[in-house]
Design a protein around this ligand. Structure first.
Ligand code: ATP
Length: 194
């Protein structure tokens, strides 16, 4: 039987409970047998921002997702040519795993600006999208041909973002409610976002 894999990419700087909850929703959606979390090294649309090292973001991802079944963390984008365009990753994986149906997974904020992604047409030609709702974001403006390749998954939205967490840590506010305890420990040990 053809395997169905969801691909969920991000910078995860840092990974937070919103990511954990969206990952659960993709896994429980019935669309995929497994979710592969792709840690992105140099996202084309976030080039200018200062980033935490790949190694440390990976360490945070691993502790955050360690207890989740049917989920695998993939560092493949670190080995492929940079910058990491999703279409390149998808084509590479389709070639490596021909007996697999891939779905590209994202939050609704990413869908709202999906038509600004490089090669987005090629992405929807390669695979369908799985999208989880995010508060305050409307997908109504997404183009019809993008929506025609999109499935929305049931999701209880959490209003959390990595940028807000970085900001709060910068202001010395507590963030323990928004990220797993083991991730907080790494942030403290590495003195991140100060
Ligand atoms: P930043 O605030 O730095 O832009 P982020 O919190 O959006 O970061 P990313 O690593 O850029 O996190 O996101 C990876 C994926 O997770 C994207 O598809 C994004 O839409 C999704 N996502 C992030 N936070 C949430 C959330 N609270 N609810 C639903 N989807 C989310």
């Amino acid at each position: 039987m053809t395997r169905r894999i969801g691909l969920f990419g991000g910078t995860f700087d840092p990974v937070h409970n919103g990511h954990l909850s969206i990952a659960h929703s993709f896994i429980n959606s019935g669309y995929v047998d497994e979710l592969w979390v792709l840690l992105t090294p140099y996202p084309p649309h976030k080039q200018s921002k200062q980033q935490t090292s790949y190694k440390t973001r990976l360490e945070m991802l691993e502790v955050a997702f360690q207890a989740m079944d049917k989920l695998r963390i993939q560092t493949i984008e670190n080995e492929l040519p940079k910058p990491s365009y999703s279409v390149q990753t998808i084509r590479y994986l389709k070639n490596e795993f021909p007996e697999t149906d891939f779905y590209y997974c994202m939050g609704e904020d990413s869908l709202a600006q999906f038509n600004t992604w490089k090669f987005y047409d090629e992405i929807i030609a390669e695979c369908e999208l799985l999208v989880a709702q995010r508060p305050g974001i409307s997908h109504h403006k997404a183009e019809q041909r993008i929506l025609a390749r999109t499935h929305f998954v049931e999701h209880q939205p959490l209003d959390i973002s990595s940028s807000r967490i970085r900001e709060q840590i910068g202001k010395e506010e507590t963030v323990g409610d928004f990220i797993p305890t083991d991730v907080v420990k790494i942030i403290e040990k590495e003195q991140l976002y100060k």
